[in-house]
Design a binder for this molecule. Sequence first.
Ligand SMILES: O=C1O[C@H](COP(=O)(O)O)[C@@H](O)[C@H](O)[C@H]1O
Length: 255
Amino acid sequence: MEKNNIPELHIALVSEEVLRQMADFFRDAALRAVAAQGRFSVALSGGNSPKKLFELLASPAYRGQIPWEKGAFFFGDERYVPHTDPDSNYGMAKAALLDPLGIKAEQVFAVDTALTPEQAAERYTQSIEQFFAPDTARFDLVLLGLGDNSHTASLFPHTPVLHVTEANVQAVFVEEKQAYRITFTAPLINQARAVAFLVYGADKALAVKRVLTEDRQIEEYPAQLIAPTSGNVHWFMDQAAASELGHLGTVTNAT
Ligand SMILES: O=C1O[C@H](COP(=O)(O)O)[C@@H](O)[C@H](O)[C@H]1O
């Protein structure tokens, strides 16, 4: 973790409360952006953890709190599979968040996995640049998860993308998955207005401890690359995920 960036930990007793806090954070980031720019842009995460968050955001509790028609939805990483594949991050978000909210197709920016991985990454970089032109690509919110091997987005241990210094999207072959991934680089994530990890479950506790407390070893713990250039990085965790953090891992908002 960069020295000038202090992780802000939001720890709750149970995952339901973490999800509620994360949903509030999402809402507040969206409302701030709409007040300032008339629209909000978010890069969604994939995998298992965000599915429940997406379902909560699409539920009656949050549906009316966010001006969804002003949103633009991108993906911080994507698996190189068709959109209909159960592994597709886009497919999961579509089913859990985008379709239930009636988000229009023109608000959704999916990675085109029908192209080669390199072309898909290049095309996605171009979509992002077009969306933000003439400004820097600065997402209002980037949502992240954490793998038990300390990867985030598709920044996997010991992959060349960890050393890319441009803020763009890259294709990467991940040996341990024997598959391609398309991912935001760390510099693209770090120039966002807000960056938040959502992590819950005891199986993530060791990864959380390594990323937050060990000396910087980005090859081993790629999530240590995440250090927004303005503001702090936020970590929304349940007590189980924070259980290896010692005194840092105490509940901040018990209900
Ligand atoms: O492969 C991925 O993994 C991470 C963590 O996912 P989880 O299933 O352990 O919650 C996720 O953040 C990333 O978007 C996804 O593609």
